[in-house]
Ligand binder design. Structure first.
Ligand SMILES: [Zn+2]
Ligand SMILES: [Zn+2]
Length: 178
């Protein structure tokens, strides 16, 4: 009987939170004679989401982030915070680019959709031209180019924000009216 007891393998599983700088991992060790599987859970350094098996270590600042908070830029996987510093694009710029990418080029229409006041719209268009994301010839309507389309898709993480979703809905509504 004692022999049987000795052979009995006890396994206990525990979920714990990994220390903030550590990566999620599973450690198996004997604690008080019990084989214990300690699952050390990790969380995204940006969104706080629980990290599964697929997480990314930012190649710039070493943050551990979930796939939603990572961007592949110049063949490097980096976190969205580093990316925003490398290639800044304000929310306002994103909105205007987004509308332009849907082939809406009328200034008044863009201002209505994005809720950007006209003077700010003009300023934003100038900065987008300076960044070479859009082109505008004299008196013609602005047009998004390939570089603009690329930055727009890299900033895809903005698309889950409430104001961007509202903008998308409004554009779909408009599309339905046509
Ligand atoms: Zn995240
Ligand atoms: Zn980073």
């Amino acid at each position: 009987m004692t022999m049987q007891d000795d052979r009995k393998i006890l396994i206990e599983e525990r979920n714990e939170v990994a220390p903030s700088k550590d990566l999620p991992t599973t450690i198996t060790e004997k604690i008080n004679g019990v084989i214990t599987k300690r699952k050390l859970l990790g969380f995204c350094d940006i969104s706080g989401d629980l990290l599964g098996d697929t997480y990314i270590i930012c190649q710039n600042d070493g943050k551990k982030v979930c796939p939603t908070c990572a961007v592949v830029h110049n063949n490097r996987k980096i976190c969205v915070e580093c990316f925003k510093k490398e290639r800044p694009l304000s929310k306002r710029e994103y909105k205007i680019l987004f509308v332009l990418s849907n082939e809406i080029r009328n200034a008044r229409m863009i201002c209505t959709l994005t809720k950007v006041p006209r003077p700010d719209y003009e300023r934003t268009i100038r900065s987008l031209v300076a960044s070479r994301y859009i082109e505008r010839r004299f008196f013609s309507q602005p047009q998004i180019n390939d570089v603009g389309m690329e930055i727009l898709s890299l900033y895809g993480f903005y698309s889950t924000d409430g104001d961007i979703q509202a903008l998308r809905k409004e554009m779909e509504r408009l599309d339905g009216l046509q």
